[in-house]
Design a binder for this molecule. Structure first.
Ligand SMILES: C[S@@+](CC[C@H](N)C(=O)[O-])C[C@H]1O[C@@H](n2cnc3c(N)ncnc32)[C@H](O)[C@@H]1O
Length: 205
């Protein structure tokens, strides 16, 4: 089986016990370099996921009987699972959920996320109608180097969001050096960019 295991936002405190068990018992472990450094043991064959995603899929193809693939956060939200379900039959795949970085960010603000629009700017751009301003709309977003805090603030202001809308940027969620920056759309547009984190855009309820 190919087990796709969510490891949560990064800190070992945020990984589910069942995910930890699957990872510990894996004979063959695939994952990002940081995840392999944190979670692999000396008895395992490991394969690092790099930018060469097709290389990782080829490696998994050679080991479909017994391989554990670690992905950050939850596998169901923008992870290698997208590619895995396109390349392997469904009955060969088992998904173990993890805590998404977005869930942790909403928790930090004590904010329910059932009404939030979740978007990813990580290597993609959401559709215009997903970004457009609407009264009481809450956005939860993944970011990357290109679409960082500054760029996203510019984009949202162009889509009709008001300058004083709350704009909170989360870096290194769950780690000891986690950083939370509470600002507004206008301030974020005029400040140094923050890359590869989570941003929540909301008005006080
Ligand atoms: C490929 S996506 C993976 C999302 C993941 N499946 C999830 O549920 O969180 C990578 C993006 O997730 C976000 N991310 C993952 N871990 C994070 C963390 N510890 N702190 C802040 N953002 C994080 C960043 O936006 C990063 O660019």
């Amino acid at each position: 089986m190919i087990k796709v295991v969510g490891i949560g936002p990064g800190s070992k405190e945020y990984i589910l016990p069942i995910a930890k068990k699957e990872i510990e018992n894996a004979k063959i472990l695939v994952g990002g370099k940081r995840a392999l450094a944190d979670f692999s043991n000396e008895n395992q064959i490991t394969f690092p996921i790099t930018k060469d995603i097709d290389g990782a899929i080829e490696f998994i193809k050679k080991n479909t009987d017994d391989v554990v693939v670690m992905v950050s956060g939850d596998p169901g939200y923008y992870s290698l699972l997208d590619k895995i379900i396109k390349n392997f039959p469904k009955d060969k795949i088992i998904v173990i959920p993890g805590i998404s970085s977005l869930q942790v960010a909403f928790a930090r603000l004590n904010l329910p996320w059932h009404h939030a629009k979740l978007l990813s700017f990580h290597g993609r751009i959401p559709k215009d109608d997903e970004m457009i301003f609407e009264e009481n709309k809450i956005l939860g977003m993944l970011t990357d180097n290109l679409y960082n805090s500054k760029k996203i603030a510019e984009v949202l202001l162009n889509f009709g969001w008001k300058k004083n809308t709350n704009f909170t940027v989360f870096e290194r969620l769950s780690y000891e050096d986690e950083k939370v920056t509470n600002t507004t759309l206008e301030e974020a547009k005029n400040s140094a960019p923050i890359s590869c984190g989570v941003i929540i855009v909301y008005n006080e309820v």
